[in-house]
Design a protein around this ligand. Structure first.
Ligand SMILES: *[C@@H]1O[C@H](CO)[C@@H](O)[C@H](O)[C@H]1NC(C)=O
Ligand SMILES: *[C@@H]1O[C@H](CO)[C@@H](O)[C@H](O)[C@H]1NC(C)=O
Ligand SMILES: *[C@@H]1O[C@H](CO)[C@@H](O)[C@H](O)[C@H]1NC(C)=O
Ligand SMILES: *[C@@H]1O[C@H](CO)[C@@H](O)[C@H](O)[C@H]1NC(C)=O
Length: 486
């Protein structure tokens, strides 16, 4: 009877054109409620810096330290960084140079075709208080030079997490890299990775040191499972993590659409992550990623829609057992997807920060939705297994013209908070197209980050919603997210 009457109410609501609320049951304890849970790293949201540009970000871009420390203030842990990218395979170590990097470019917007770097590069990386992954050259096929650089990385970078040997090696033939001058395919590359992992690991006298893989083309062809099949008892101990890259691309609407993001993460990575977990028990990371390849798309990557994608994507990755996700930052001053630059903030920082705020201090995460439509929910749980926060996301596209839709989300299972209330922070802007670098306001809990410095501005604002009969309903407009504190 009760079920029939609820159904009748629902039908009446639909007939009147009122959107039925999306309902998510919040489990009272991690591991329960029929959801799929993933353990969380202490800082799952990381930043990747293009190899040649890394010294510039850390010596010449004021916002870098502040943007990173804002997240440390939220979580207690500095975000991990990865230094690498295409130019890691164009770089040679020069023990005699006192410069961080030496190169010349025709225009400051260009990345160098060749460069050298000195020991000071690693000393600078060693000043970063968080974990650091350093990407070194395999393309040039000069293992002695790479070992010399790796030794300096080990001695100078006190928080060294791992070393990569080569970036996106599937592109080596196209890039004219000497190591790929003969036959080059996933199998040849995997054999090369296994040999290099052994030789570099042995030279360093360190196991658990290599972040291996690092392809951009999708698994299974270019994936961890086929690499694992080539590994043996000598090479395996040197591997610390398996990494893959990803740039989903598309227009703003496609990018921000939740079902697209959920399907991208699931179809690209779920099987490869499971293979790594089952066969090695090691971590899987997105070692380099962002919205659109090649520095980003000018009309897509700097928008609020891309910020919402950033948030949803890193959370979907985390729920898929991807331990850390490093968002790439390229040439300073020529980087559409960057979270910050020398003069202006980027919209994606706002989305990434909402994700950091959801996961801060949490031990596990679960997706509350199945990824089938535009409406997402994520819940995080503390060390005792209790729910901490829920993030609700309405990924309906909104261009700024016409009326803006809104979706109700009902959270049930809040019995412990009966008669009380919960507070929430809203991530919002005037539309999916809003851009900080064009003067539009984007805010998270009423706050923004100042151009050029990344210092927080504005008064922190929470909304309050009452909990009755163990449930509460929240309205989230098209292209908005709400972080609920339980
Ligand atoms: C994540 O890995 C853990 C084991 O570490 C496993 O229990 C869990 O089912 C995995 N979750 C997903 C979503 O695959
Ligand atoms: C720092 O930025 C200025 C302004 O763009 C530039 O002229 C200078 O070369 C940069 N220095 C380094 C070390 O990148
Ligand atoms: C693993 O492969 C490497 C490279 O081919 C080889 O040198 C080594 O002996 C192999 N180890 C074992 C245990 O088979
Ligand atoms: C931030 O910088 C952009 C690009 O220069 C500018 O359009 C915008 O007005 C600035 N925002 C603030 C709050 O100063």
């Amino acid at each position: 009877m009760a079920r029939i009457s609820q159904f009748a109410v629902l039908c009446a609501a639909i007939a009147q054109g009122v959107d039925a609320a999306v309902t998510f049951a919040v489990p009272s304890k991690t591991g329960t409620g029929g959801l799929s849970y993933a353990p969380l790293d202490s800082a799952p949201v990381g930043i990747s810096f293009e190899f040649f540009a890394f010294p510039s970000y850390f010596t010449n871009v004021t916002a870098t330290n502040q943007c990173l420390s804002n997240w440390k203030d939220l979580t207690g842990v500095w975000p991990p960084i990865r230094i690498g990218g295409t130019t890691q395979d164009r770089a040679s170590f020069d023990a005699s140079t006192s410069a961080y990097v030496v190169y010349s470019v025709a225009s400051p917007a260009d990345a160098p075709m060749t460069l050298t770097f000195g020991p000071k590069f690693m000393t600078l990386a060693g000043t970063y208080p968080g974990r650091v992954v350093v990407g070194l050259n395999r393309g040039k096929n000069n293992i002695a030079n790479t070992i010399a650089a790796a030794k300096v990385a080990v001695s100078e970078v006190k928080n060294l997490l791992a070393i990569e040997l080569g970036n996106e090696p599937e592109y080596y033939p196209k890039d004219g890299q000497p190591i790929a001058s003969g036959t080059w395919n996933p199998s040849v590359d995997a054999t090369s990775q296994v040999n290099w992992n052994i030789q570099v690991g042995k030279a360093l006298g360190k196991t658990n040191i290599i972040q291996t893989g690092n392809w951009n083309q999708p698994p299974p062809e270019w994936g961890a499972a086929q690499l694992i099949a080539k590994e043996n008892a000598t090479s395996k101990p040197y591997v610390r993590h398996y990494a893959h890259h990803n740039y989903p691309g598309g227009d703003i609407q496609k990018l921000q659409t939740h079902s697209q993001t959920a399907s991208n993460v699931r179809s690209m990575f779920a099987a490869d992550v499971a293979a790594v977990k089952q066969q090695t028990g090691k971590e899987y990371v997105l070692g380099e990623t962002n919205s659109v390849a090649g520095g980003g798309a000018a009309g897509v990557s700097p928008t609020f829609g891309a910020a919402l994608w950033t948030m949803d994507y890193v959370l979907r990755a985390a729920t898929t057992n991807i331990s850390r996700t490093y968002f790439h930052h390229g040439t300073v001053g020529n980087c559409q997807y960057c979270f910050w630059g020398r003069y202006s903030m980027g919209a994606p920082y706002y989305g990434a920060t909402a994700a950091v705020a959801l996961m801060a201090g949490a031990r596990t995460i679960a997706a509350l939705d199945t990824g089938a439509n535009n409406y997402a929910g994520y819940a995080t749980f503390d060390g005792e297994g209790k729910p901490m926060r829920v993030l609700l996301y309405n990924s309906d596209y909104y261009t700024g013209s016409g009326s803006r839709g809104s979706q109700g989300f009902t959270l049930t299972g809040l019995g412990g908070l009966n008669g009380g209330s919960v507070k929430a922070k809203r991530l919002t802007a005037k539309s999916s197209l809003a851009r900080v670098d064009r003067g539009d306001d984007i805010s998270f809990g009423g706050q923004y980050w100042t151009n050029g410095t990344c210092v927080v501005g504005g008064k922190e604002m929470f909304e309050t919603v009452n909990v009755e009969n163990g449930q509460a309903t929240f309205d989230v407009k098209a292209a908005e997210a709400l972080l609920v504190y339980l």
